[in-house]
Design a protein around this ligand. Structure first.
Ligand SMILES: [Zn+2]
Length: 278
């Protein structure tokens, strides 16, 4: 069934586990993500990033993904990942998404809070959940460049949540988007403090490449949604490369992608502690 992640993440927060948020931007990956969640009897969040800016793209994706989510035997949420404007978020809602993220984490506190609040006012009127980011999760290729990442300050995060009206909060504790240049250094004490003081479920972006042990720990000490993209795409590539795609082998191409994606996805439910929590 299609549900807002606000519902499933509240349970995750109460019981100290995490829900994998899997990048699933087309029919092949949406089907693979849902199949993996059903196999693990786990709640699922699917990430869609609206890169192209073409209205037809997000509407056709929403039409496909919401129908598949509604038929699923486990709770499935669909969130606009890193929405960049009020208009993006409105389009995602029109496309049937259960949740939207407005990422204004590069803007000053007041701008971030005010713009999220404007989205939240509309979203909440129609039962859509809202994720905001406070502090800034940078990109992995600039990981050694301290200026690219801004760690979340707990006391400010508490007032930001109240000022913005967001339902869930993406925080910055040392993870990074894409592929890390250098070794990830996670501030576990900061995550524990954020879980303690922020009265909302916490989201971790940049899960890929953070390391099994780091992720396992974070998922049991207050992270309630873990965004994964790159690792799933690597799985797709492995799925294709480990098969013979010559001649008639090429007909298996989409199945190889599905299998490679699913292998990573299945593992993520276990790692996050979401298995059996549907
Ligand atoms: Zn992200």
């Amino acid at each position: 069934m299609l549900v807002s992640m606000v519902e499933t993440m509240a349970k995750a927060r109460a019981n100290m586990y995490c829900i994998p948020a899997l990048s699933a931007a087309n029919e092949i990956t949406v089907k693979a993500a849902i199949a993996a969640a059903e196999e693990k009897n786990a709640p699922l969040i699917m990430l869609y990033m609206f890169n192209t800016g073409k209205v037809d793209d997000i509407l056709s994706y929403g039409y496909m993904a919401t129908r598949l989510a509604e038929k699923a035997s486990v709770p499935v949420s669909i969130i606009l990942d890193h929405g960049s404007s009020f208009d993006h978020c409105m389009l995602a809602m029109r496309a049937g998404f259960s949740d939207v993220m407005l990422d204004k984490s590069s803007e000053p506190y007041e701008v971030n809070a005010a713009e999220v609040a404007a989205v939240a006012k509309v979203a909440h009127a129609v039962g859509v959940g809202v994720e905001a980011e406070f502090g800034h999760v940078g990109t992995g290729d600039k990981y050694d460049d301290a200026a690219d990442t801004v760690f979340t300050v707990p006391s400010e995060a508490v007032s930001f949540l109240a000022d913005s009206g967001a339902d869930t909060l993406a925080v910055s504790v040392g993870t990074s988007h894409g592929v890390y240049k250098g070794t990830p250094k996670i501030d576990f004490d900061l995550l524990a403090e954020l879980h303690e003081v922020v009265p909302a479920p916490l989201v971790i972006h940049g899960g890929s490449g953070t390391g099994e042990e780091n992720l396992h720990r974070m998922c049991r000490m207050g992270a309630n949604k873990l965004n994964i993209a790159n690792e799933l795409m690597q799985g797709c590539v492995r799925g294709v490369e480990s098969n013979d795609c010559t001649g008639f082998g090429a007909y298996g191409f989409f199945n190889y992608i599905t299998n490679g994606y699913k292998e990573v996805a299945l593992h993520m439910f276990d790692l996050c502690g979401a298995t059996g929590q549907a």
